[in-house]
Design a protein around this ligand. Structure first.
Ligand code: DP6
Length: 427
C-alpha cells in the first residue's frame, strides 16, 4: 500500500453530536436538493455520550479523495461528494495561526485532494441517527479545513442538509429548527438554533436501544414511499406541523415540559401513523417499543403530569426525554422492566449510575402502587428486550479537537485508531 505524508497544519479534527427530532422530518419536497415537505425540530444530544469524530487532511501528495469509515476504506457516496464539492466552492486562503503565513492560497486548493477518516462511538446500524452526526461532522470539519466563507447565513447547514436532512440540525447545540424554506434552490432550507444547550440544562434523555431482528426500511426510501402514497403525510405537512412547531418552540423557550413532552409524543405517534398509512405500510416500532409507550403513559397518568415523553425515529429504539428531577424515576422504571442481561458495563454508557439506580432507586421510587399500574400494561420484566441504555442529556454542536486526537497519521496519510475518548461502545 502506498502512503503519503501531509502537513498537520493542513488538517482538522472535530467531534459532532447526534440529534433526536421532536417534530419529525418525513418526506422530501425535492429529492436532489434534499429539501423537506415540512419543517422539523430536535434536541441535540451530549457528545460525551454519543458522537462521531472526523479528521480531514489535504495534500498535493494524495492522488485521490479517500474516505475511511470506522477504519475501513469506503467509497465517498454521491451525497458526501455533493457536500465536498459545495465546500470546495466556498474555500478561502488557509493561514498558519501562529505565523500568519499562507499555507494554501485560495486558488491552489484544486491541486489538493483530501483524506477523511471518521469514527462513530456508537454502532452505525443501531438506529441512533448516525447519519446526522456523521454528515454534520464531515461538513463542519471540511468547512474548517477549507476556511470557507458562507455566501448567506446558515449555508453550512444547507450543505449538511444535502448530505442527510437531519444532519443540518446537528451543527448546533440545544434546541434546533430545520426550516423547510420556500425558495426553489433550497438556500433557505436551513437549520436555526432556537435555544442553546445552556438554556434548559435540566433536559435529560434515556435511550433504550431495542432488540430488533428485522431489517429497517431506510428513511430515504421509506419517506419517498410515504410521500407517494400517504394522504396523512400530505395533511400533516400542510396543516399539523407548523402550529405544533410554534407551540413546542415556545414551550422549550418557557421550559414548559408539560407541553414539550405532550407534543413530542403526539408528533412521534403521528409520524408512525403516516408510516402505517404508507402503502405498503412501514413498521418501525415493534412490540417492545409499544410496551415502552404504555409504561411512559402509566407513569404520566400516575403522577397526573408529563414526567417523561417518548419519541421513536425510523427504528424501534425509544428516546425518552425527561428532566433532571425525574430522571432517576424514569430510569428506575425502565431498569426494572427492561433489566440488564449481564453486567451494567455491557448495558449502559454510565454503568455506575445504572448500578445506583438498580440498587437504590428501584425500591425507593417504583412503589407498590406504581408497580401495580405498570404491571397492568402486561409488561413482564425480561432481560434482553433492550440491548443497551444511554443516560444522556442535551449538549452543544460540533467541537474542534486538538491534533493529538487526529484520526490520520501525518507520516503516512493513513487512518490511526481513535484515542480512548472515542472508543466504540459494544452494543
Ligand atoms: C425519522 O435525515 O436520515 O429520523 O435526508 O434521507 O438522509 P435523509 O434522511 P434522514 O431522516 C431522518 C428521519 C427521522 C426524523 C428526523 O430526524 O427528523
Amino acid at each position: 500500500m502506498s502512503s503519503f505524508s501531509f502537513d498537520p497544519r493542513i488538517s482538522e479534527t472535530f467531534t459532532s453530536p447526534t440529534n433526536i427530532a421532536v417534530i419529525k422530518y418525513w418526506g422530501k419536497n425535492d429529492v436532489k436538493l434534499n429539501t423537506p415537505m415540512n419543517s422539523s425540530a430536535s434536541v441535540t444530544l451530549d457528545q460525551s455520550d454519543l458522537h462521531t469524530i472526523t479528521s480531514v487532511a489535504a495534500s498535493k501528495e494524495f492522488p485521490a479523495d479517500k474516505l475511511w469509515l470506522n477504519g475501513v476504506e469506503t467509497e465517498l457516496n454521491g451525497r458526501a461528494q455533493t457536500c465536498l464539492r459545495e465546500i470546495r466552492r466556498l474555500a478561502q486562503d488557509r493561514v498558519d495561526e501562529t505565523t500568519g503565513a499562507i499555507l494554501v492560497a485560495k486558488n491552489d486548493w484544486p491541486l489538493y485532494k483530501v483524506h477523511i477518516s471518521s469514527v462513530n462511538t456508537f454502532p452505525t446500524g443501531a438506529g441512533l441517527a448516525s447519519s446526522a452526526a456523521g454528515l454534520a461532522c464531515l461538513v463542519k470539519t471540511l468547512a474548517e479545513l477549507y476556511c470557507i466563507k458562507e455566501e448567506y447565513p446558515g449555508q453550512l447547514t444547507a450543505i449538511a442538509r444535502q448530505g442527510s436532512g437531519s444532519a443540518s440540525r446537528s451543527l448546533y447545540g440545544g434546541f434546533v429548527r430545520w426550516q423547510k424554506g420556500e425558495k426553489a434552490d433550497g438556500t433557505d432550507s436551513i437549520a436555526i438554533q432556537v435555544a442553546d444547550e445552556n438554556h434548559w440544562p435540566e433536559m435529560r434523555a434515556v435511550i433504550l436501544v431495542v432488540s430488533d431482528k428485522e431489517k429497517d426500511t431506510s428513511s430515504t426510501s421509506g419517506m419517498e414511499t410515504s410521500r407517494l402514497t400517504s394522504p396523512l403525510l400530505q395533511f400533516r405537512a400542510a396543516s399539523v406541523v407548523q402550529p405544533r412547531l410554534d407551540e413546542i418552540e415556545a414551550a422549550y423557550k418557557a421550559k414548559d415540559f408539560e407541553t414539550f413532552g405532550r407534543i413530542t409524543m403526539q408528533d412521534s405517534n403521528q409520524f408512525h401513523a403516516t408510516c402505517l398509512d404508507t402503502y405498503p405500510p412501514i413498521f418501525y416500532m415493534n412490540d417492545i417499543s409499544k410496551s415502552i409507550i404504555k409504561l411512559v403513559h402509566v407513569i404520566n397518568t400516575f403522577f397526573s403530569r408529563v414526567v417523561c415523553a417518548y419519541t421513536f425515529d425510523a427504528g424501534p429504539n425509544a428516546v425518552i426525554y425527561t428532566l433532571e428531577k425525574d430522571v432517576d424515576l424514569v430510569a428506575a422504571v425502565m431498569a426494572k422492566y427492561y433489566p440488564a442481561p449481564g453486567s451494567p458495563e455491557d448495558y449502559c454508557n454510565n454503568p455506575a449510575e445504572f448500578s445506583r439506580i438498580v440498587n437504590n432507586e428501584i425500591s425507593r421510587l417504583v412503589t407498590p402502587e406504581l408497580t401495580a399500574k405498570l404491571n397492568s400494561t402486561g409488561r413482564i420484566p425480561t432481560a434482553g428486550d433492550v440491548k443497551y441504555v444511554f443516560l444522556t442529556k442535551s449538549g452543544p454542536g460540533p467541537i474542534k479537537q486538538p491534533l493529538s486526537e487526529s484520526l490520520l497519521d501525518p507520516a503516512s496519510g493513513l487512518p490511526v485508531p481513535p484515542s480512548s475518548k472515542h472508543k466504540k461502545m459494544k452494543i
